[in-house]
Design a protein around this ligand. Structure first.
Ligand SMILES: *[C@@H]1O[C@H](CO)[C@@H](O)[C@H](O)[C@H]1NC(C)=O
Ligand SMILES: *[C@@H]1O[C@H](CO)[C@@H](O)[C@H](O)[C@H]1NC(C)=O
Ligand SMILES: *[C@@H]1O[C@H](CO)[C@@H](O)[C@H](O)[C@H]1NC(C)=O
Ligand SMILES: *[C@@H]1O[C@H](CO)[C@@H](O)[C@H](O)[C@H]1NC(C)=O
Ligand SMILES: *[C@@H]1O[C@H](CO)[C@@H](O)[C@H](O)[C@H]1NC(C)=O
Ligand SMILES: *[C@@H]1O[C@H](CO)[C@@H](O)[C@H](O)[C@H]1NC(C)=O
Ligand SMILES: *[C@@H]1O[C@H](CO)[C@@H](O)[C@H](O)[C@H]1NC(C)=O
Ligand SMILES: *[C@@H]1O[C@H](CO)[C@@H](O)[C@H](O)[C@H]1NC(C)=O
Ligand SMILES: *[C@@H]1O[C@H](CO)[C@@H](O)[C@H](O)[C@H]1NC(C)=O
Ligand SMILES: *[C@@H]1O[C@H](CO)[C@@H](O)[C@H](O)[C@H]1NC(C)=O
Length: 825
């Protein structure tokens, strides 16, 4: 019975796999969606299209079910259609779950269990199959569930065991994953067809206000026996409409619809459920357009094709390389395109012909490498995301830093949309379509100059103090706008870099030189928080030996006294709040130690501040070797590669291999922290391809790819850029670049610009087992606002003083000839 049906289904799956597996160079087979499905990776492991709004998966009741499903052995509470991926906060979305019962005891609908808490059931861990556009598992109740999706529509297939009265039931629950449903959710059921329509209001998982989502569900596979609604534990087939409130104690009240079928067909029952933010009519028309015939196989194939298109642009030589590393790489790439979500045509908040994307969750995470990665792999999508950000600013007044489910999300530090816009602008302005850069610039300026009343969800706080003092004070006095009064150091550092990005945009758009100068100047505000004599001791009292750290400062200029190791990865003694709590620290989710490197625009000056390149390298080594940094959170990303700026690109390569695969392995528990909408995925992808961005600048730091070669096809030009390793060593002893050529000419710079991708360039790296002098000279270093001063650098000649100014940045960005004066000059 149960087994028989399983065998039938299994052989059907097998045939399907054969058919689908025929394409020759198919990177789809390297995607493991379950990476990060345990140990707090919080990924969405189910079926979705790239940027799809419909994300179908089994929801479980385990503690870290932010993405719906985990492989931590929880119970399945239902199968819902909307999800986010990799996020922290409370579980996101998880709306309109369907739950299957093979039969109801005694043939009575009230013999079925309806409430989420009671109906939940374990799944067989070995039964889980996840691949792009597809997810399935087998429940201990004997129900086999598999699913696929189109853009706004999920198609679930439930295959039931032969038991009871052979009259399976599906219920549709109005309660979401985090039980955030508000008053007056509603559902109506068409008695004849069983179609269910309705909506409910919910709370976003890391934001303010509420959102309303709508659905439309249709069923196929057997005749309708009966249908109706349920409330609490009771159902009734003579009632076809329900409006339900939240309830009082520990809401929301269980409620929704159900449908029963007259038989249990061999091919299972199909449930097609579409979602919309506009109306249930729009949800129904989405469903009818996207999956008109309930064709599971065609829907799945279309989803696979959509993913293949995204994943086949980057190809690697797999020779000699462990399959686990290839899986790591493509799974990372895959996760960069699960979120943000394309809600174009689904925005109820304002009328616009612009694209609408949401689930920027959060830009604080994704500005660092995810969105820069998309500029390479999917520039058209990024183009539309940027247009959407600008359009959102037009409606909401400011660019968002975090945004999900139509709601404003919480800002974690600076106004980092500024970096996202600048990154696109300086690298690829000419290829953008429909982006009004003047408007983009206006909103970037607004971030810097106009304080929103509620800066917890947009813009910046403390602008009066910023203007008067050149830093955000600890315990600021701010009566103009309101937000969580913490993070004075990390906000100062991020605001300073945001201003650096504004200066670059101003320069590129030929703005008044006074404006350029102003923002270049304020990009130096990090200097105001450098406390020269700040020491740092371990908890056991022994001295780290390093002196000079950023430190908070009060309004009166007096220094605050945060321990530089507080909120670091080895801070396991203070038990202090380190995130967005009111009792949080002056650094957000990390330590003064780690924030000590966040001066992305002026590494030359930072290196001098720390006593020269050698001292800088020593400090960076200490940060990593003592596990002060936490690679599971985004502020660590750039620190892996910052050795480049000290003329030691070899050490960046070493660090990259230190973390991958040790901290990023292709296993369920393989991520060191929340994937954060694909931020971790992009870290893996860009590290392994050997080009890591310093976002907001036209700079990729070069390290040897983890493969003999990597080819990257530009979807804009069709041209293919190639990086080739000569003497490639799959054991990774030879990870040191000895020499390089670009298009056949010697190339000594340790970084390269974005034209590498668009101009069909070939970078050939000759590797060896020892550090060489390649990329170590001052003229080889990436641009920096100030000049580099090379006194005692290691591994290179002493080249004395040499000017590296904004002029060079500008040259890289192709920004004309206006001279920008280096700050350190
Ligand atoms: C699954 O549900 C059972 C019964 O409610 C419960 O005892 C168990 O703890 C749940 N498992 C998990 C991992 O939550
Ligand atoms: C919910 O519905 C009730 C009954 O129709 C109505 O009185 C109430 O105003 C509604 N509440 C909201 C928030 O719409
Ligand atoms: C179902 O609901 C109808 C309408 O309220 C009611 O007349 C009927 O008694 C209910 N049936 C059961 C079994 O509760
Ligand atoms: C986003 O969705 C719209 C409407 O469905 C579609 O036209 C557009 O191509 C999508 N954009 C991307 C980048 O997928
Ligand atoms: C104190 O802790 C640090 C870091 O763990 C360690 O390197 C050092 O040896 C310890 N010192 C003493 C005296 O235990
Ligand atoms: C400055 O302000 C801080 C915080 O209120 C206070 O502790 C400190 O004593 C003040 N310093 C001076 C010099 O007044
Ligand atoms: C603190 O962390 C270190 C390193 O992870 C560990 O060895 C030590 O036992 C921890 N101490 C406490 C009090 O948890
Ligand atoms: C930190 O928390 C742990 C566990 O809750 C507790 O045992 C310890 O005493 C706390 N340490 C401090 C310094 O408060
Ligand atoms: C590489 O360095 C090691 C020690 O650091 C040295 O023993 C070895 O001879 C070097 N090899 C080459 C090829 O220079
Ligand atoms: C190199 O560094 C050492 C120690 O910091 C210093 O004494 C020496 O003067 C430096 N030499 C140069 C050329 O800067």
């Amino acid at each position: 019975m149960v087994l028989q049906k399983l065998v039938r289904l299994a052989s059907w799956f097998f045939v399907l796999q054969l058919v689908l597996g025929q394409t020759a160079t198919d990177n789809l087979k390297y995607v493991n969606q379950l990476i990060g499905s345990a140990n707090g990776g919080n990924v969405f492991a189910g079926a979705t299209l790239p940027y799809g709004m419909a994300k179908a998966v089994a929801d479980v009741d385990s503690e870290s079910n932010q993405g719906g499903f985990t492989t931590e052995g929880g119970n399945v509470t239902g199968f819902s259609t909307m999800h986010d991926s990799g996020t922290g906060g409370s579980p996101s979305l998880g709306n309109f779950a369907i739950f299957p019962h093979a039969s109801c005891a005694g043939g009575d609908v009230n013999g079925c269990v309806f409430p989420k808490q009671e109906r939940k059931v374990h799944y067989y861990p070995d039964s889980v199959i996840a691949s792009p556009g597809y997810f399935r598992l087998y429940l201990e109740s004997g129900v086999l569930a598999d699913m696929t999706t189109a853009q706004h529509t999920s198609l679930f297939r439930f295959s039931f065991p032969d038991e009871g009265d052979e009259s399976p039931l599906l219920l549709l629950d109005l309660t979401d994953l985090s039980n955030s449903r508000q008053d007056n959710a509603s559902i109506t059921i068409d008695p004849a067809t069983g179609r269910m329509e309705g909506n409910a209001r919910f709370k976003p998982s890391f934001g303010i206000d509420t959102y309303v989502a709508y659905f439309c569900a249709d069923f196929k596979g057997a005749e309708v026996r009966d249908n109706g609604i349920f409330v609490n534990s009771r159902a009734n087939s003579s009632v076809k409409e329900l409006k339900i409130n939240r309830g009082t104690n520990n809401g929301p009240l269980p409620g929704g619809g159900f449908i029963r079928f007259t038989k249990n067909p061999d091919d299972g029952i199909l449930a097609r459920i579409a979602v919309s933010y506009i109306s249930s009519e729009q949800a129904c028309s989405n469903a009818e357009k996207e999956i008109p015939d309930f064709d599971f196989r065609a829907t799945r194939q279309a989803a696979e094709e959509a993913w293949r298109e995204k994943l086949d642009l980057i190809t690697v030589s797999t020779e000699g390389v462990k399959t686990s590393l290839i899986t790591n790489f493509y799974s990372g790439i895959y996760r960069t395109m699960v979120n943000p979500q394309n809600y174009t045509g689904e925005n109820p908040n304002w009328e616009s012909s612009e694209p609408y994307f949401d689930s920027f969750y959060c830009l604080w995470d994704s500005f660092r490498s995810q969105l820069p990665f998309l500029l390479i792999n999917d520039p058209l999508a990024l183009n539309d995301m940027v247009r959407s950000l600008i359009d959102t600013a037009k409606y909401e007044g400011w660019l968002p830093d975090c945004h999900m489910s139509l709601c404003k999300g919480l800002t974690q530090g600076g106004s980092n949309a500024d970096v996202v816009l600048a990154d696109f602008f300086v690298k690829s302005r000419d290829t953008s379509t429909g982006i009004n850069w003047e408007t983009a610039y206006e909103y970037m300026l607004r971030d810097a100059e106009q304080e929103p009343f509620f800066w917890s969800v947009q813009g910046r706080g403390g602008l009066d103090s910023w203007a008067a003092l050149g830093y955000i004070p600890t315990q600021d006095f701010d009566y103009k706008g309101f937000g969580t009064m913490t993070r004075s150091v990390s906000r100062t550092l991020e605001y300073a870099y945001n201003d650096f990005c504004i200066a670059q945009m101003a320069l590129g758009l030929d703005k008044d030189s006074g404006v350029v100068e102003k923002y270049k100047e304020s990009s130096n505000n990090w200097k105001n928080l450098f406390k020269k004599d700040q020491t740092s001791f371990f908890v056991n009292g022994s001295d780290t030996g390093f002196v000079g750290f950023f430190q908070g400062r009060y309004l009166n200029g007096t220094w605050h006294d945060q321990d530089p190791l507080l909120c670091s990865a080895i801070d396991n003694y203070s038990n202090k709040s380190c995130s967005l709590q009111n009792t949080g620290q002056e650094t957000f989710e990390s330590s003064l130690w780690e924030y000590g490197f966040f001066v992305p625009g002026d590494q030359a000056a930072l290196i001098q501040t720390y006593g020269g390149p050698e001292a800088f390298v020593k400090r960076l080594d200490f940060l990593h070797d003592q596990s002060i940094t936490y690679i599971g959170n985004e502020p660590s990303f750039l620190t892996v590669f910052q050795y480049h700026y000290a003329g030691r690109p070899a050490l960046s390569a070493e660090r990259s291999h230190f973390y991958i695969p040790r901290y990023f392995s292709p296993t369920n528990a393989g991520l060191p922290g929340n994937d954060d909408s694909g931020a971790m995925g992009s870290f893996v992808a860009m590290s392994m391809m050997g080009l890591f961005p310093n976002p907001g600048q036209d700079v990729y730091l070069i390290t040897p790819p983890y493969f003999a070669s990597v080819s990257i096809k530009s979807p804009l030009t069709g041209k293919t850029a190639t990086i080739r390793n000569v003497n490639f060593d799959p054991t990774y002893d030879a990870i040191y670049i000895q020499s390089a050529t670009l298009d056949g000419e010697p190339y000594t710079k340790n970084w390269i610009g974005h034209d590498f991708f668009t101009e069909e360039r070939e970078l050939v790296l000759t590797l060896g087992k020892n550090e060489s002098s390649w990329g170590t000279r001052v003229e080889d270093l990436p641009p920096s606002l100030s000049e580099y001063i090379r006194g005692n650098g290691t591994g290179s000649e002493n080249l004395g003083r040499r000017r590296m100014s904004m002029g060079m940045l500008k040259e890289r960005a192709g920004l004309g000839s206006v001279e920008m004066v280096g700050v350190g000059a």
